[in-house]
Design a protein around this ligand. Sequence first.
Ligand code: PXP
Length: 241
Amino acid sequence: MQYLNLGINIDHVATLRNARDENDPSLIELALVAENAGADLITVHLREDRRHIRDADVFELKRNLKVPLNFEMALSDEILRIALELKPATACIVPERREEITTEGGLDVVKFESRIGEFVDKLHAAGIDVFLFVEPDEASVRASARTGARGIEIHTGAYAHGFREPRRRAHELKRIRDAAKLAHSLLIEVHAGHGLNYPNVREIAEIPEINELNIGHAVIARSLMTGLAQAIRDMRAAMRR
Ligand code: PXP
């Protein structure tokens, strides 16, 4: 079985930083911690509303990281211009709605096939590998292959939501397995992500065609669970009289 890359999405670090007008926590320092801890790549989503990651962040990450930067982006001309200047290793095109809390659902590749194809061509011409964030359904996978994208990232949100209901979980897992097989047969690469956490990642990691997982929320949340006690001990030491 091929090596399974782990991409760490650090958008939530930026959300916390932006709660105060200071560079705390430092996105770059934590990205380097992630890199040193074995993240194979760092993923960020520069949203059109800039609610977490900012323009300066992506350029600073690109300058400082040794591992590849995976740039999640909407089908937006403004963000495309930034991607072409930034030249991340990979770009993952995602749907984006301003009112959503996080990315909901996959890209409608069938509907936007020609526009997506133009984005793919421009990004590939700049040396950026392109992935499309899609639902695990046959039409989306086939349309993705037609755009010339290097691969797909399968949206695992429905699987993650249904994880505690055996029938739903089995149904969603089968959809993901089938989509991964189909993509592989069409000679495009397969990544997966969204809503993956410590209990549910295993079954997804076992799908042999998938060679990369992008995970954010669960890892950042766990870092608070594993790190809060030490942070309190450090403060106790700092305020010692
Ligand atoms: N992959 C894509 C395309 C995403 O948009 C996100 C969320 O930003 C993730 C993976 C990571 O999702 P989560 O934070 O739920 O692990």
